[in-house]
Design a protein around this ligand. Structure first.
Ligand code: BES
Ligand code: MN
Ligand code: ZN
Length: 494
């Protein structure tokens, strides 16, 4: 997809369709509509500028653009950046559904309303448009020939703004492409993405985007005494990998952030096997890894001045004669032991090794992302990720980043009282904590393995793969975490 910033009047663009975003407020509405009416010599009726309202109409066929699309923004007082993303998504999806390939959007004058820069406005427009027309179609034979939206032009009547819009576009494209890569990884079936291929993908990406990726194989992981990663991988013929990403060593003085991503490329549950219905969804159990990989793509693409390390333990949780069993005891990287009461609580077993390994990088903050518990899906559904941690100020920054990007997080408590649920009689900790507060007891399990650093855990089980379409997230892998983490890293101060 090609996105450009152009200095032009709407009636002069050569795109198939030109979209206008219009507020409902009387003054703003009339000013904008009368401008369009004059320029195109027409009379607009039946449009009020309400949120989600859309009106498509045609100029005489000889003219280009021959289609005008009006999209309502609702009341200016209630306007948000997210509504701008959604409005842009509406325009892009409409263009694509009409099988047209080129869209012009009139950059709305919302600077004063939102106190956003033209750059930020352009970024939001691009995010909404590019992410909304995403489709995981690489395995659909006929889809390849169907016509797609190929060009978007953001037009502005002010020459001075074009430069800034161009900068915003570049940021938006980078974020959207990184998010789409995370979606692709999440949507990819388990026979395509398994630990070895996930590692290969990271290495290929690292070459393109200029960050480093090292991959540890089974023997190395064994020699490092990462009992969790080895243990969970034992039931599979696919060997485990530990993927280490690194970007921006020269920015160490601004702080080192370590991002840990759960990379279970398929989760059958192991011997504590999951029910057949819906098990296919468990190809998404590497959504945390996808978020970390996508974040590296974006951070490197944007040349963000931060030192970032990624740690991805990757395994396939399978059932076989060699699989770990309920009752087994594992010794983790930091020497602590865990009792495996349920082999389906595998994510925390591999994260335990990764979190204690993170200490080696002297991090100023460690954030882990994991599709960790069904309990978190029950609690928050698909509209917020669960957040737990030991540092309130880091969590506040993540909340702020979550509001801005609309990848929202919601904090759950790590009260000491919950801890007795994961007490083991025969090991340092037990890997399940019973029926209640499952997202929290998983968080408390992880807490046992962190080092002396600020730490936040994000449970993205409900947000990494959506059951229902959102405005610019089609059902399936969402790429959640990428835009959130990039925004967090931008505002973060160690
Ligand atoms: N990968 C799952 C969690 C999950 C559930 C992710 C639904 C996405 C959607 C995780 O490994 C798991 O199986 N967790 C168990 C833990 C339980 C055995 C304590 C769960 O949530 O049921
Ligand atoms: Mn599981
Ligand atoms: Zn899992």
């Amino acid at each position: 997809m090609k996105v450009t910033a152009d200095y032009a009047v709407p009636s002069s663009v050569k795109n198939d369709i030109v979209a206008f975003f219009i507020f409902q407020d009387k003054k703003l509405f009339e000013a904008e509509v009368s401008k369009i009416e004059k320029e195109f010599k027409l009379n607009i009726k039946d449009f009020l500028g309400k949120e989600n309202e859309m009106l498509l109409f045609y100029t005489t066929e000889k003219k280009i653009p021959s289609r005008l699309l009006l999209i309502g923004l609702g009341e200016s007082q209630k306007f948000t950046m997210e509504k701008l993303r959604r409005a842009s998504a509406t325009a892009a999806k409409k263009t694509q559904s009409l099988k047209l390939s080129s869209l012009a959007v009139n950059c709305p004058d919302v600077e004063n309303i939102l106190s956003l820069s033209p750059k930020e406005i352009a970024t939001a427009l691009v995010e909404g448009a590019l992410l909304s027309v995403y489709k995981y179609d690489k395995y659909i034979s006929k889809e390849k020939n169907s016509r797609k939206l190929e060009r978007i032009s953001i037009i502005s009547h002010s020459k001075n703004l074009v430069n800034q819009i161009q900068k915003g576009i570049q940021i938006g494209v980078t974020l959207a492409e990184a998010t789409k890569h995370a979606r692709d990884l999440t949507n990819a079936p388990g026979n395509e993405i398994y630990p070895e291929t996930l590692a290969k993908d990271s290495q290929r990406l690292a070459r393109t985007f200029k960050f480093s990726a090292s991959v540890f194989d089974k023997r190395k992981i064994q020699s490092m005494k990462m009992g969790g990663v080895i243990g969970v991988s034992k039931g599979s013929v696919r060997e485990p990998r530990l993927i280490i990403l690194e970007y921006g060593k020269q920015y160490k003085k601004y702080g080192t952030a370590v991002l840990v991503g759960k990379g279970v490329t398929f989760d059958t549950g192991g011997i504590s096997i999951k029910p057949a219905a819906g098990m296919a969804e468990m190809k998404m159990d590497m959504g945390g890894a996808a978020a970390v990989i996508g974040t590296f793509q974006a951070v490197a693409g944007l040349k963000l001045p931060r030192h970032v390390v990624g740690i991805i333990p990757s395994v396939e949780n399978m059932v076989s004669g060699s699989a770990i069993k309920p009752g087994d005891i594992i010794r983790h990287y930091n020497g602590k032991t865990s009792e495996v009461d349920n082999t389906d609580a595998e994510g925390r077993l591999i994260l335990a090794d990764a979190l204690s390994y993170a200490e080696k990088f002297h991090p100023d903050v460690v954030i882990d992302l994991a599709t960790l518990t069904g309990a978190c899906v029950v609690a928050l559904g698909q509209h917020a990720s669960g957040m737990m941690g030991n540092d309130q100020s880091t969590m506040e920054s993540l909340k702020t980043a979550g509001e801005k990007t609309y990848e929202r997080v919601w904090q759950l408590p790590l009260f000491d009282e919950y801890e007795k649920q994961i007490k083991s009689d025969i090991a340092d900790v037990k890997n399940v904590g019973g029926r209640w507060a499952g997202a929290i007891t998983a968080g408390l399990f992880l807490k046992k393995f962190i080092g002396n650093y600020k730490w936040v855990h994000l449970d993205i089980a409900g947000t990494a793969m959506l059951e229902e379409n959102l405005d610019y997230i089609p059902r399936g892998g969402s790429g959640v975490g990428v835009r959130l983490l990039v925004e967090f890293l931008k505002i973060w101060k160690k």
